[in-house]
Ligand binder design. Sequence first.
Ligand code: NI
Length: 255
Amino acid sequence: MLFDTHVHLNADQFHEDLTEVIDRARDEGIEYMVVVGFDRPTIKKAISLAEEYDFLYASVGWHPVDAVDMKEEDLEWLRELSAHPKVVALGEMGLDYYWDKSPKEIQQEVFRKQIRLAKEVGLPIIIHNREATSDIVEILREEKASEVGGIMHCFSGSPETAVQCLEMNFYISLGGPVTFKNAKKPKEVAEIVPLDKLLIETDCPYLAPHPYRGKRNEPAYVKLVAEQIAQIKGLSFEEVAEETTRNAKKVFGIN
Ligand code: NI
């Protein structure tokens, strides 16, 4: 049994064959998935999918790329949604210095507001980080995000950064890149992070694992991520599947 902790089944790429994609995931033993919303339309869709399927849960947050669009009422909306029984986390949120749609200062402010909200409502947070590691770590420290903890989604940083995140009560989630032949850092991270702090994800439709690299990703492929981690750590696939599922249920508070 596997738990894909980060899916975007709410993305347009799944519009035409969503039922088949979900069926394939279930056939491959994916027991649970968290559908992550990051703007108004994807949050609405994440909630409606979580309401429709028992085994789907939702996370709601505002993506840093769109930070300039977030209004006060959107933050209030996130607060309301946080009480929904199928909402298990806030995010994705964080910093993205690759795209320049939203100035850094605004991204940081929107990030801080969401961390504060998570602490108020007592939900873990899902962090998106692109080329902003040192600022992310600093903000998580300053805002005492360790009180709620959460997940470093599709972690691509160094082993040293992974250790800093573990110390702040965050789990490290690995996705497709750990299967890429030239991906040195994710493989090192998989090696040093204890299994009880690791999660697996696809981030589908993005970042498909080898041998599907470059194609549309889907939750069924999370199995390849678990297999790769098992190989790196010298463990059985079953051990990795079981423990990462247990970790995910713990962080999201699913019994
Ligand atoms: Ni994502």
